[in-house]
Design a protein around this ligand. Structure first.
Ligand SMILES: *[C@@H]1O[C@H](CO)[C@@H](O)[C@H](O)[C@H]1NC(C)=O
Ligand SMILES: *[C@@H]1O[C@H](CO)[C@@H](O)[C@H](O)[C@H]1NC(C)=O
Ligand SMILES: *[C@@H]1O[C@H](CO)[C@@H](O)[C@H](O)[C@H]1NC(C)=O
Length: 191
């Protein structure tokens, strides 16, 4: 029973920290010709991390603006991770209902516990795959949204006379938690 509650909590947690994520970064491009500068360029992104769809406008410092986008698509690992969490949550909910209301039936033959065991093993495996894929995805997201990396995409920043600076990095602590929470869960289940 405790194990079921524990699983449910982690599933909710994983869903809330990854599936609900939105973050942003801010850059400043200070052109040699000040009238063209933009000192607060905001770039926002969110779950499911299709970063190539995140567009933004920056000055080229040559009288024009250029349209850029972030690089990469990390939706498959993020969505897989969240999907497993959602199904794990639904399963624990269903298992709890069966356990509470159909306890006699559950104990009557060995099938209930056996099915529960098999499903739990399958979920643990999917969880292991999903969370390690998402751990890799997250580290790539961190690189792709690092203000210093994003500045490299801008043609204005290749000119020494223009000053390009990171102003604010995206806050990733909740995403960190999504990965570490699932690794704790993994450890507990393998004990
Ligand atoms: C600077 O960039 C932001 C978008 O990040 C835009 O909303 C704003 O209008 C720009 N400012 C100027 C002066 O172009
Ligand atoms: C600076 O930019 C403005 C607007 O793009 C332009 O009118 C002006 O001629 C530029 N000044 C210099 C010195 O290039
Ligand atoms: C997230 O975790 C990485 C290491 O895994 C660490 O370097 C980074 O500082 C953490 N970031 C936050 C905001 O906790």
């Amino acid at each position: 029973m405790c194990v079921v509650l524990f699983k449910t909590l982690f599933a909710i947690f994983a869903f809330a920290t990854c599936g609900g994520y939105s973050g942003g970064l801010r850059l400043s491009v200070d052109c040699a010709n000040k009238t063209e500068s933009n000192l607060s360029i905001d770039i926002a992104f969110a779950y499911p991390f299709r970063l190539y769809q995140v567009n933004f406008d920056v000055p080229t410092c040559e009288g024009k603006r250029e349209k850029l986008s972030l690089i990469g698509d990390f939706s498959s690992s993020a969505e897989f991770f969240v999907t497993i969490a959602v199904f794990a949550f639904l399963y624990s909910l269903a298992a709890t209902v069966v356990y509470i209301f159909f306890q006699n039936k559950y104990r009557e033959n060995n099938r209930g516990p056996l099915i529960d065991f098999i499903v739990t093993v399958v979920f643990s495996f999917l969880w292991l795959v999903g969370s390690s894929a998402w751990a890799k995805g997250l580290s790539d997201v961190k690189v792709a949204t690092d203000p210093d990396e994003v500045l490299l995409l801008m043609s204005a920043c290749k000119q020494q006379s223009n000053k390009c600076m990171p102003v604010r990095s995206p806050v990733m602590s909740s995403l960190n938690t999504s990965v570490s929470a699932s690794s704790i869960k993994q450890k507990r289940e393998s004990v």
